[in-house]
Design a protein around this ligand. Structure first.
Ligand code: HEM
Length: 468
């Protein structure tokens, strides 16, 4: 009897294996169109998403070892081409007009709105980007934004002495509230609390599958968008009803109709505001958190950074804010920010999709495929960054600056290169200024840090802070 059971079990396992291999084969055949690059497509529907999410960077490296720097896969619900070649990546980012448009997930597009910058192409994109650049230009940072950032950071960082701080939460709040102050001059009011809780739901929604079921993150994200749109609409109405004087904040500039080169509709203004807060949120907060981590682990770097910031403070009275010249003098701080972004790899890459069938790198890519411009590995290239796993900000201060080279993808590249780069650097620099000149800190220890697919501390990242 036991022999029979054993035989049946063997046959079952055999049949399951046959079925699985038939499924895998079927999926390969389905995507085996001539002219496609090498690679595997995994399971029907799920593709290789599980391997990608579980193994992360090593999945990409293994596939590259097998198939080269340009291979096909099926991840996150889409047939995808992964490009890890620096030159090709640059070509893809420079050639949006040839049909290589942003390819962000549907949930992100639904929640960020149809006028958000990633959803618009061609001349509309140029116009929206122009409008954005006009409100975050170097002059605007110098005259309008930096004073707001300075004021905000002082308040945000006050009274951390002798406290146990979850630096992940604090940097998230910081990135959001600092943006809100720049956008609409709003600080700690009832509106900011309500806005913040809706915004956090919106962020979760953009990172979820677009499944519209009660209780799903997607549904909550859509609802959060509706609530945020109504808060912003009300703000627009209130401002229009009040005196004609313009507010000196981003919203004020976007609403200005007379001498403004870029005239946006209310819907465009609202999506622009959401885009600004959203784009700077995770990037600025995670870079700030990771800078705190790396500085804690590298006392020599912290010492050099403190030297730079105390030199700035020495020339000032305690209440004097950071100004443009101070910011420009923070060369080592800038290097710390770049080195943090490189080593932590806050951005793994950017997504594009093809709007028509096209030839790329000698292959024929079908319409509607996603292209993952995967830049992570460039950050660890030993030819560009000798001893790549070392946290060494000094490498950014060498004569031939890596920042101006073609392989610098930390802020993207081509027509959609990050317009908020200098603003983000200004925010993180000001945060670091007040943090390292006011405090010393120790990690509580034991908090887990995840590096992929997003850099985050799943249970928070706690530090014990005391005054310096
Ligand atoms: C350390 C901070 C930051 C990092 C690492 C970063 C990184 C990036 C990257 C990699 C892209 C390219 C996306 C793509 O090609 O699809 C991008 C685009 C963008 N970033 Fe940033 N960013 C940062 C801060 C900011 C800030 C503070 C803002 C606020 C205005 C901002 C606004 C944007 C916008 C609007 C785009 C889309 C541009 C377009 O599509 O034309 N970023 N960013």
């Amino acid at each position: 009897m036991s022999m029979a059971v054993f035989l049946v079990a063997i046959i079952c396992v055999f049949l399951v294996l046959c079925f699985c291999s038939a499924l895998l084969r079927l999926n390969e055949v389905r995507f085996s169109k001539k002219g496609l690059p090498p690679g595997t497509m995994g399971w029907p529907v799920f593709g290789e998403t599980t391997e990608f999410l579980k193994q992360g960077p090593s999945f990409m490296k293994d596939q590259r070892a097998r198939y080269g720097s340009f291979f096909k896969s099926h991840i996150l619900g889409c047939p995808t081409i992964v490009s890890m070649d620096a030159e090709l990546n640059r070509y893809i980012l420079m050639n949006e007009s040839k049909g290589l448009v942003p390819g962000y997930p549907q949930s992100m597009l639904d929640i960020l709105g149809k006028c958000n910058i990633a959803a618009v192409h061609g001349s509309t994109h140029k116009y929206m980007r122009g409008a954005l650049l006009s409100i975050i230009s170097p002059t605007m940072i110098r005259d309008q934004l930096l004073p707001k950032i300075d004021h905000f950071m002082r308040t945000h960082l006050a009274n951390w002495d002798n406290k146990l701080i979850n630096i992940q939460d604090k940097t998230k709040e910081m990135a959001f509230l600092s943006s809100l102050k720049q956008v609409a001059g709003i600080e700690s009011s009832s509106i900011s609390g309500q806005f913040m809780s809706e915004f956090f739901k919106l962020v979760l929604g953009t990172l979820s599958l677009p499944i519209d079921l009660p209780g799903s993150n997607y549904r909550r994200g859509i609802q959060a968008r509706k609530n945020i749109v109504s808060i912003l609409n009300q703000l627009l109405e209130e401002r229009r009803a009040a005196s004609p004087e313009t507010h000196q904040d981003m919203l004020g500039y976007l609403m200005r109709k007379d001498d403004c080169r870029y005239k946006l509709t209310d819907e465009e203004i609202i999506d622009m505001i959401i885009t600004i807060i959203y784009s700077g949120y995770e990037t600025v907060s995670t870079t700030s958190m990771m800078a705190v981590k790396y500085l804690h682990d590298h006392p020599k770097v912290l010492e050099e950074l403190r030297k730079e910031h105390f030199a700035v403070r020495e020339k000032k009275k305690p209440d004097d804010p950071i100004n443009w010249n101070d910011l420009k003098s923070m060369k080592f701080t800038r290097a710390v920010i770049f080195e943090t972004s490189r080593l932590a790899t806050i951005v793994n890459g950017v997504l594009r999709k093809t709007t028509k069938e096209m030839e790329l790198n000698g292959y024929l890519i079908p319409k509607g495929w996603r292209i993952y411009v995967y830049t992570r590995e460039i950050n660890y290239d030993p030819f560009l960054y000798p001893d790549p796993l070392a946290f060494n900000p000094w490498r950014w201060l060498e004569e031939k600056s890596i920042e101006s080279q073609n392989c610098f993808f930390i802020f993207g590249g081509g027509t959609r290169q990050c317009p908020g780069k200098e603003l983000g650097i200004a925010e993180i620099s000001t945060f670091l200024h007040y943090f390292v000149t006011s405090y010393r800190w120790e990690e509580v220890g034991g908090d887990k840090l995840m590096k992929f697919p997003r850099v985050q501390a799943p249970n928070g990242f706690r530090i014990r802070v005391s005054s310096y």
